[in-house]
Every structure is written in structure tokens, then in C-alpha cells.
Design a protein around this ligand. Structure first.
Ligand SMILES: Cc1cc2nc3c(=O)[nH]c(=O)nc-3n(C[C@H](O)[C@H](O)[C@H](O)COP(=O)(O)O)c2cc1C
Length: 377
């Protein structure tokens, strides 16, 4: 057992090494206390309450942003202060950029936003499965539309890397999907650091068919030429990435990788939520329809990243998402070939502390790797 003075020495050292040590401990304690209360509420009410608490804390000056110490990395021509981002769907309308930035993310992705506002599917439409650290959602792109999202961005002070994830309206026929994506791209282009083309949500009927070879070839062809026009008009090139599903077969991933190369896409996000229920079939609410995220998705998403990495050979960066619930899960995604990673469901089960935990671990790995390379040289 350490003596009293030893404990003081240990804690002083921790504070010296990590100035946020005390704040991190308080944050962790608060979330441990709050979680049972939040989990008593239905997920959408818990979501609203959490954001209103975070916004209040920020306005009272309790949420001070201390960046994670990290070697910035250049991906898609952008300088990421740390490689851990917020995945799309948590802030669909870009209403909480300043509060989310204070949690320590290296980048934020907002949306999915559609050209016109739409209400999404009827509630209940989010289900927690705490026994498996999973969530099923069938929100169906509920959002206030691209114009409102832009107003929110203009109102915020956020200066960091901002991904804007675009989709099609539910009532736009699939044959006209390109028009929605083109309109979305035109609207958000000048406000985005990068734009994500979401063709993998399971909650908009037939959307995932856009991942099929001919449909994707056509979509990417049209959007690439629009991106080039917009780059001329605005005098800046905004990278464009596509977000794919974890439920694709090996052959489909191969075709997608070939199209990413053909159209010189800037990146790919792997993965969105899964329609599979493998391993959790027996649990309550597992049979609800929608996309599942969280721990049961971890391995499958990593396998998709690995396959993509083998096919792309580093030519196109991969942003890894899907079931990152710990630093170890994040490490596996990086080792499989991801240049950046994103979280969502981990925040629900582990709290905002997860962001710094993951970022610090990956950044420390990077330092070790750089050190060992310089020793070898
Ligand atoms: C409630 C909820 C809503 C989501 N909404 C979107 C969305 O609008 N657009 C999108 O591309 N992905 C959306 N996602 C998927 C996440 O961005 C992420 O790709 C997926 O959940 C896997 O990561 P995770 O296991 O860390 O949550 C959503 C996920 C959840 C749980």
C-alpha cells in the first residue's frame, strides 16, 4: 500500500503530466453518476438533456477546451490536431459545435443533412441494448435541412475541422438521388473542411443500393465534376469522402475500392451502422429494425477497414468508425489501416471521457513509433 505522502507524489506527477488530470477525474465521476439517470430516460430525451447540460456548462465557463497534446497529422490535405473525430448523427443540425469541440475531438462531422428539412421516422426510433453496449436507431435522417445547418455554422465560433455529411430526402426517388447530393454539395461546400456522401444509412429506403457498382460510378462521376466546378467558383478544394456500410460482401468492397481509385475520391469512412444482429439476437429489442452500432459492430467494421486498406494500399485515406468503445478498439482500427477514427455509441456508454482517453493513447503510440523510427535511422 502506498503511504499518504506517496499518494500525494503520484497525484502531483499525474497533474504535472496531464494538466486536465483533476478535471478528467471529475468528468468521469459526473458521468458515472449521471449515466443511470440518463438511461432511465428514453434515448431521445437523454440526448436532449445531455446537450442542454453540456451547453449550460459551456455558457457557465465550466467546459474549457484544453486540446489533447498530439502531433498533428495531415490527411486529405487537412491538418488534424488529433485523429479522433465525432461521427455523424449526434449533431445532425450543427447546433452544438462549440460544446462538442470542448470535449477534445480533433474534428467534428455534422449531419446527415438533406437539402430540405424532414421529420424522420416516427418515435420510438432509438433503442439501447446495454447488455451488449449497443444501440439500434432508425431515425431516418431527421434534420432541419441544409440552410438551417449553415445558419448554425455561421453562428458558432468553431474554427476546427468540420465534416458535413449529406444525404437525400426520403421522398426523392432513387433515380433522382444524384440531384439531392449535388444540391447538398453546392449548399454546404464553402462551409465544410470535407464533405461526406452518405450512401450507407439503412434507414432511408433503398439508399444502400447507391453502393452498387453502376449506381456508384454514376454518382461519383457527377459529384466529382460538381466538386471541380465548386473548387473553381470558391477558389478552394474541399475533399469529398464516401461512407460505406459494414454489411457489404468482399466482392462489393473490391468494386467500391476500384471506383474510389477511378474517381480519385479523397477518402472513405468505414463504417456506418449494421443491419446484422449476429450475437445479440436473444437480447430484448434486438429485433427492432434499424442500424446497430456499438460493441457488436467493432470487429466487423475493423475487418472492412482491413480489406479496404489491402485494396487501396494507402492511396486513399480511410476514416475508421464502428464500435470504438476503448483505446484498444481505436488502436485496432489504426493498425488495420485507418488514418483517422470517429466515435458515437462509445460516448453513450463510456461518456465524454472516452474522447481524451482514445486520443491520448493513439497520440502516445504515434510518439513511440516516431521515436523507434528515428532510432533505426
Ligand atoms: C443514433 C445514431 C444516429 C446516427 N445518424 C447518422 C447519420 O445521420 N449519418 C451517418 O452517416 N451516420 C449516422 N450514424 C452512424 C455513426 O456515424 C457511426 O458510423 C456508427 O454508429 C458506428 O460508430 P459507433 O459504433 O461508434 O456508433 C448514427 C448512429 C447512431 C447511433
Amino acid at each position: 500500500m502506498a503511504s499518504g505522502s506517496n499518494w500525494i507524489a503520484v497525484i502531483s506527477r499525474e497533474i504535472y503530466l496531464n494538466p486536465r488530470f483533476v478535471q478528467d477525474k471529475i468528468d468521469r465521476m459526473l458521468y458515472t453518476l449521471l449515466r443511470p439517470l440518463l438511461f432511465k430516460l428514453d434515448p431521445e430525451s437523454a440526448h436532449c438533456l445531455t446537450f442542454s447540460a453540456i451547453e449550460h456548462a459551456r455558457k457557465l465557463g465550466l467546459l474549457k477546451s484544453v486540446p489533447v497534446a498530439c502531433q498533428p497529422r495531415k490527411v486529405m490535405g487537412l491538418d488534424f490536431p488529433n485523429p479522433v473525430g465525432l461521427a455523424a448523427g449526434l449533431d445532425k443540425n450543427g447546433e452544438h459545435l462549440d460544446a462538442l469541440a470542448a470535449l477534445g475531438f480533433g474534428f467534428l462531422e455534422i449531419g446527415t443533412v438533406t437539402p430540405r428539412p424532414q421529420p424522420g421516422n416516427p418515435a420510438p426510433r432509438i433503442f439501447r441494448i446495454p447488455q451488449a453496449n449497443a444501440v439500434i436507431n432508425r431515425l431516418g435522417f431527421n434534420n432541419h435541412g441544409a440552410d438551417r445547418l449553415i445558419e448554425n455554422i455561421k453562428r458558432s465560433d468553431y474554427q476546427g475541422i468540420l465534416g458535413i455529411n449529406i444525404g437525400k430526402n426520403f421522398d426523392t426517388p432513387l433515380e433522382k438521388a444524384v440531384d439531392d447530393y449535388r444540391m447538398g454539395l453546392q449548399k454546404v461546400y464553402r462551409y465544410a473542411s470535407y464533405v461526406t456522401i452518405n450512401i450507407s444509412s439503412p434507414n432511408t429506403q433503398n439508399l444502400r443500393q447507391l453502393q452498387a457498382t453502376d449506381a456508384l460510378d454514376h454518382l461519383l462521376n457527377q459529384l466529382k465534376s460538381e466538386q471541380n466546378k465548386l473548387a473553381q467558383t470558391h477558389g478552394k478544394y474541399v475533399p469529398m469522402v464516401i461512407k460505406i456500410a459494414p454489411d457489404l460482401e468482399a466482392g462489393q468492397i473490391e468494386s467500391i475500392a476500384a471506383l474510389l481509385m477511378k474517381h480519385q475520391m479523397d477518402g472513405v469512412i468505414a463504417t456506418n451502422t449494421t443491419v446484422s444482429r449476429a450475437g445479440i439476437e436473444h437480447l430484448p429489442v434486438a429485433q427492432e429494425s434499424g442500424g446497430m452500432s456499438g460493441a457488436p459492430l467493432t470487429q466487423r467494421a475493423t475487418a472492412v477497414i482491413h480489406q479496404l486498406h489491402c485494396l487501396l494500399q494507402g492511396a486513399i485515406p480511410i476514416i475508421g468508425a464502428g464500435g470504438i468503445m476503448s483505446a484498444e478498439n481505436a488502436r485496432e482500427k489504426i493498425q488495420a489501416g485507418a488514418s483517422l477514427i470517429q466515435l458515437y455509441t462509445g460516448l453513450i456508454y463510456r461518456g465524454p471521457d472516452l474522447v481524451r482517453e482514445v486520443a491520448q493513447a493513439i497520440c502516445a503510440d504515434q510518439v513511440k513509433q516516431d521515436d523507434s523510427l528515428s532510432v533505426q535511422e
